[in-house]
Design a protein around this ligand. Structure first.
Ligand SMILES: NC(=O)c1ccc[n+]([C@@H]2O[C@H](COP(=O)([O-])OP(=O)(O)OC[C@H]3O[C@@H](n4cnc5c(N)ncnc54)[C@H](OP(=O)(O)O)[C@@H]3O)[C@@H](O)[C@H]2O)c1
Length: 321
């Protein structure tokens, strides 16, 4: 049974991946900063004996080093969208820590190191997030040249911070701001399609280097919002927000512990999040995305609709006794 170390395994991609790997006979060790908060969620993702949980921070090198002694594959899913104080900054998370994992993977002769980066980072040269992700990729390939770097477009699922947050906001606000007139293009990929790609790379023992991971459709930001509004059965004003106002509102959000949007994210939104043509895509390596945005969100959007669970076809036209 192959042993896989997963850093960031408690997040959206991580929980889907733990399920996928354990179902296919991989034994996983998930490293989290808070075993009490996240442990119960991960423990039920696989059969008994398939999942180990270890509490460690990215700064505990000795503890992390010990984990590599018994591992075959390392997967890094740790990522942040905004910086916090005390070491949780873009450089530490996206560059320094991944380079440590790449060095350890090399030193302990692991068969693969898979790292989650992000699509469009080489275009967005004015964004701190994008630069730190790019810097991390370079360091990883320096220390572990056979590493697989996956660059996903925006990832969605019933446990995301994207469609779920937007449906909440669209539900509550009478209008919604459009950054850059809502013209930025995205290729949203369903979380299960992304974990299928990771599993495919591991199980087929592929070393495709950098892969751009995209869903089967291209939508503008405005089209995504329109689809979500249609799915939750709401009508809202979508209003273009001039850039200076967008930046002022983002600088106010940045004062919150979990900002809805930051000035750095507004910079990222300027660039289309679509394939560049410079790298292989998930289709090129043989793992095309199979899930379509509208059909997938339809499966979980009902909680944002009038009537909640009773708005689904299961209940419509049926009397509840
Ligand atoms: N979601 C997207 O739309 C998207 C798009 C492009 C790229 N990506 C990349 O894909 C990867 C996985 O994304 P995701 O959506 O699964 O992310 P996520 O749900 O935010 O989870 C990331 C995990 O990282 C860990 N983490 C966060 N801050 C940390 C810190 N300061 N120190 C140590 N660990 C920390 C957390 O684990 P613990 O709390 O358990 O420690 C968390 O479970 C990330 O690298 C992300 O940048 C995601």
């Amino acid at each position: 049974m192959k042993k896989v170390l997963i850093f960031g395994g408690t997040g959206q991609v991580g929980t889907h991946l733990v399920r996928k790997l354990t179902k296919n006979n991989y034994r996983v060790t998930v490293i989290t900063r808070n075993i009490h908060e996240k442990g119960h969620k991960i423990k039920i993702m696989g059969n008994a004996g398939y999942i180990d949980l270890v509490e460690a921070s990215i700064f505990e090198e000795k503890k992390i080093r010990n984990l590599f002694e018994n591992a075959d594959i390392c997967i890094n899913l740790i990522g942040i969208l905004f910086e916090k104080k005390k070491g949780s900054n873009f450089s530490n998370i996206h560059s320094v820590f991944p380079s440590l994992l790449a060095r350890l993977s090399k030193e302990y002769k692991l068969s693969n190191f898979i790292h989650l980066s992000a699509l469009g980072i080489d275009r967005a040269s004015d964004s701190k997030y994008a630069n730190s992700k790019l810097e991390g990729e370079k360091k990883i390939l320096k220390y572990f040249p056979l590493a697989t770097i996956l660059r996903p477009s925006i990832v969605y699922s019933s446990s995301d911070n994207f469609t779920c947050n937007f449906m909440t906001l669209l539900n509550r606000l009478p209008f919604f701001p459009l950054y850059y007139y809502g013209k930025t293009k995205f290729t949203p990929i369903h979380c299960s399609d992304l974990t299928d790609i990771i599993y495919y790379v591991i199980s087929k023992k592929l070393y495709p280097n950098i892969v751009e991971c995209v869903g089967p459709e291209v939508f503008t930001f405005k089209e995504i919002l329109e689809k979500l509004l249609e799915l939750i059965g709401k009508k809202r004003f979508l209003i273009p927000l001039p850039l200076p106002f967008a930046n002022i509102s983002a600088s106010i959000f940045e004062l919150l512990p979990e900002p809805l949007i930051t000035r750095d994210q507004i910079k990222l939104l300027k660039y289309d999040n679509v394939i560049t043509g410079k790298y292989k895509t998930n289709s090129d390596i043989g793992s095309p995305s199979k899930r379509f945005f509208y059909d997938e969100v339809k499966k979980y959007c009902y909680m944002w609709k009038e009537g909640g669970q009773f708005s689904t076809s299961k209940y419509i036209d049926k009397e509840i006794k």
